[in-house]
Design a protein around this ligand. Structure first.
Ligand SMILES: [Zn+2]
Length: 175
C-alpha cells in the first residue's frame, strides 16, 4: 500500500485535537532553520521548538545556497532574524560524488540525451566533512549581500544514533 493510503484517517485524528489555528504567519522565534530532508531529522522536536516557532527550510543536505530563495523571503517578508544550519551524522551527502550520481542517472536512461544533458548541469552539492560544510555554509550566508547583515548564523550537528545535538565547533566565526 502507498504511504498516502492512511493520510485521510490519520489526519482526521490530528485535526480532531488541533488547537493551533491561531498561529501567525511570521515564526514566533524569528528563526529560519536550514536542514536536510533526511527522514530521521525532525528539527522542531529535536531542538525544542513548537509549531509556528521557525521556518524549516529543507533540501538534500540542508545546503544554504539552495535555501537562499527561502531565506530571503523568510527575512524580508516574514521577519526572521536568526539562521541556524542543522546538519546530521550519517548524512547521505557524505556518501557520493556528483559524478557518481550523474552516472547512475545516465545509466537509468541509456541513450537519453535530454537526461544526459540535464544531469550534467545539476550540481548535487555533496560534502566530505560535516563540520567543514557547516562552516562553508555559514561563510556563504555571511558573505551574501541578500542576507541581513546583523543576522546571527550558527551551525549545529544532530547525531542520528544518540539523538544528541551539538554546536558545530567551527561555526563560531565572526563576520
Ligand atoms: Zn542528510
Amino acid at each position: 500500500m502507498s504511504a498516502h493510503g492512511s493520510f485521510v484517517s490519520d489526519n482526521e485524528k490530528y485535526a480532531s485535537t488541533f488547537d493551533k489555528g491561531h498561529l501567525a504567519i511570521p515564526p514566533a522565534k524569528k528563526l529560519a532553520l536550514v536542514t536536510c530532508m533526511d527522514a530521521r531529522v525532525e528539527p522542531l522536536s529535536q531542538l525544542g521548538l513548537n509549531l509556528g516557532d521557525a521556518h524549516v527550510i529543507r533540501n538534500a543536505g540542508g545546503i544554504a545556497q539552495e535555501s537562499l530563495r527561502s531565506i530571503v523571503i523568510s527575512q524580508y517578508l516574514l521577519g526572521t532574524r536568526e539562521i541556524a544550519i542543522f546538519r546530521h551524522t550519517g548524512c547521505g551527502m557524505l556518501t557520493f560524488t556528483s559524478e557518481q550520481v550523474r552516472k547512475v542517472i545516465r545509466e537509468t536512461h541509456p541513450g537519453n540525451d535530454a537526461v544526459a544533458h540535464a544531469v550534467d548541469k545539476l550540481d548535487f552539492s555533496e560534502f566530505s566533512s560535516l563540520e567543514e560544510s557547516v562552516k562553508a555554509d555559514i561563510q556563504f550566508l555571511k558573505g551574501n549581500p541578500l542576507v541581513l547583515k546583523e543576522t546571527p548564523i550558527t551551525g549545529w550537528i544532530y547525531d542520528v544514533k544518540t539523538g544528541k545535538v551539538w554546536q558545530n565547533s567551527s561555526s563560531k566565526i565572526t563576520r
